[in-house]
Design a binder for this molecule. Structure first.
Ligand SMILES: [Mg+2]
Length: 260
């Protein structure tokens, strides 16, 4: 466990940690500015692969902190980097939004809309059609490499939980009998490695701050970072007591980071 004073890079989850939907957690945006004034780097890490960096910049600015695109890390970016490293120049079928495809194109990924693809990438596709889904299961059914951007089953929203990538993974498994060969997003290692590269820091100088034990905190502690749980979101005292995932620090809210 690191003294928080020695941490150079603070990575933040958003919903439940810095904000609840469009409402910032009281004082959280000021806390980010105070961390910056102390010379700490601040990044925002999201598993949501349906949106672009610019969408998050706008959201964080609406919440009251001046963010730039270089502070945003998405599972889509980490997936594009993984594809370039492991499947260079291969034809990639993307079960994902046009926004994600545009992100992939910026990483020079060779996207195909046909089912003779070399690799299938499953993402949070809020523009899903039956035809897209069927092509995707056909690629996986042929035994081609199968990559998922993140494992979350649902994405919380004001209209109720949205079926997320993890739920699509279950559907593809029922159809093809296969699970992804790799899952990129939190809590898994590929996005941790990408994040360390992106932030130009070593994992032991980084902390992940979040409200979910089994994604945020597991992501931090299993990948060599410091895991900081905040009690402003999903986790209750009872859940913390029963969990096998042990955070390095438990804070009432992110505002406790002002004193490090
Ligand atoms: Mg959260």
């Amino acid at each position: 466990m690191k003294n928080l004073h020695d941490i150079d890079v603070f990575l933040f989850d958003m919903d439940g940690t810095l904000n609840m939907g469009e409402q910032p957690i009281d004082g959280a945006m000021e806390t980010l500015r105070i961390l910056n004034q102390k010379g700490k780097q601040v990044f925002f890490v999201t598993n949501n692969s349906s949106k672009a960096r610019a969408d998050y910049v706008q959201k964080i600015n609406r919440l009251g902190y001046h963010a730039v695109e270089e502070q945003i890390i998405t599972s889509g970016m980490a997936t594009a980097s993984y594809l370039n490293k492991h499947y260079p120049n291969q034809k990639i079928y993307v079960l994902g939004t046009q926004t994600l495809k545009n992100e992939f194109l910026s990483y020079h990924i060779n996207i195909t809309e046909e089912e003779d693809a070399d690799v299938m990438v499953l993402a949070f596709d809020t523009e899903l059609t039956y035809e897209k889904l069927w092509k995707a299961t056909n690629v996986v059914g042929k035994g081609k490499p199968y990559v998922a951007t993140h494992p979350d089953f649902v994405c919380p929203s004001d209209r109720g939980n949205m079926p997320d990538a993890g739920s699509y993974i279950a559907l593809v498994e029922k159809t093809t009998g296969r699970l992804p060969d790799v899952v990129i997003g939190k809590p898994y290692a590929p996005i941790a490695e990408f994040t360390a590269d992106f932030c130009k820091a070593s994992l032991d100088k980084m902390a992940f701050v979040g409200d979910r034990l089994y994604t945020d905190i597991r992501f931090g502690v299993e990948n060599g970072m410091t895991g900081i749980l905040v009690m402003t979101g999903e986790t209750t005292k009872e859940m913390l007591a029963e969990s096998s995932v042990r955070p390095d620090y438990v804070l009432d809210s992110v505002n406790a980071l002002r004193d490090i």
